[in-house]
Write a protein that binds this ligand. Structure first.
Ligand code: NAP
Length: 286
């Protein structure tokens, strides 16, 4: 069997077209959705992510402002900027690019972002809403994965979904969203013994570990849908996922490429969240 390669580019293009139309509708009503991105320090990977976000905003007509601050920025200066952006009526989404330099308190910064503008869905109130199933902002990477599964016509309900990784950013919210879609969910992590026995039972396997190509054909049930969230840079500069694509593609039913699917979907969901935040803040017509 050779798996169907999931066409992330096409899915992304379709969703961005819909977002562009909705942004234009809002602009016609006098509201220009706006995203503020805060980058502290000079981490090269973060700088690339921020540029991609800026470019993607421009593509769909969302106004973006990038605050590039020196690594020496103090906690007080950063908190002051967040406060200012919270009060800025032209800004509907605030994203602080992580990781922050070590001397800064990441948790305090996330807590300071207005819940309504927390387009990354990292604020404890938004995480709590996700947990109890209240409508609200959804975390970008996991909601992008759900969107991919829906758009390729994979039924989530009743299927066994295995998530490898339990980070606050990907693994845990991923498991919650799959549960919300009525999958039976198992989460594996670094302390899971005999992981292969569990991953092999997955109808849907989502891998978010951060170790190049650790999932091989022996981990995968024939016909499974394999979603690779991982992004790892090899010594030769090549970007690869957590899944060994060539061998797993011989077993799986569907598989996402890296790069080219979960990465751009994550940014697309960020655009979607910014649009949603702007729609939520728009005055209701009388
Ligand atoms: P993270 O915070 O480092 O978490 C990694 C998780 O993997 C942890 O829960 C860890 O378990 C688990 N793990 C580590 N080694 C393992 C092993 N040998 N077997 C099973 N589980 C293992 O990473 P993250 O932020 O979730 O990111 C994961 C990957 O996704 C990275 O490559 C990252 O770059 C990528 N990513 C991509 C996007 C995107 O937009 N495409 C977005 C976010 C992240 P413990 O909890 O037991 O330590």
């Amino acid at each position: 069997m050779t798996a169907e390669r999931i066409n992330g580019k096409q899915i992304v293009a379709e969703i961005r077209e819909q977002i562009t139309k909705q942004v234009q509708d809002l602009v016609r009503n006098g509201i220009q959705p706006g995203l503020a991105v805060v980058l502290v320090g000079d981490d090269p990977a973060s700088a690339v992510y921020v540029r991609n976000k800026e470019k993607s905003c421009a593509e769909v007509g969302i106004h973006s402002e990038v605050y590039r601050l020196p690594a020496s920025t103090s906690q007080g200066e950063l908190m002051e900027l967040i406060g200012r952006l919270n009060r800025d009526a032209n800004i509907h989404g605030i994203l602080v690019q992580l990781p922050l330099p070590e001397h800064l308190n990441e948790e305090a910064v996330i807590d300071a972002i207005s819940v309504d503008k927390d387009v990354d869905c990292f604020h404890p109130a938004n995480v709590g809403n996700l947990m109890i199933g209240k409508p609200g902002m959804l975390p970008c990477t996991p909601s992008g994965v759900i969107e991919v599964l829906k758009r390729i016509g994979v039924g989530i309900e009743g299927n066994h979904a295995v998530v490898v990784g339990r980070s606050n950013i990907v693994g845990k919210p991923m498991a919650m969203l799959l549960l919300r879609e009525n999958a039976t969910v198992t989460v594996c992590h670094s302390r899971t013994p005999n992981m292969e026995e569990i991953t092999k039972q997955a109808d849907i396997l989502v891998v978010a570990v951060g170790r190049a190509q650790i999932i091989e054909a022996r981990h995968v049930k024939p016909g499974a849908v394999v979603i690779d969230v991982g992004m790892n840079r090899l010594d030769n500069g090549k970007l690869v996922g957590d899944v060994h694509y060539d061998s797993v593609a011989q077993v799986a039913g569907h598989i996402t490429p890296v790069p080219g699917c979960v990465g751009p979907m994550t940014i697309t969901m960020l655009l979607q969240n910014t649009l949603q935040a702007a729609q939520n803040m728009a005055p209701t017509p009388r």
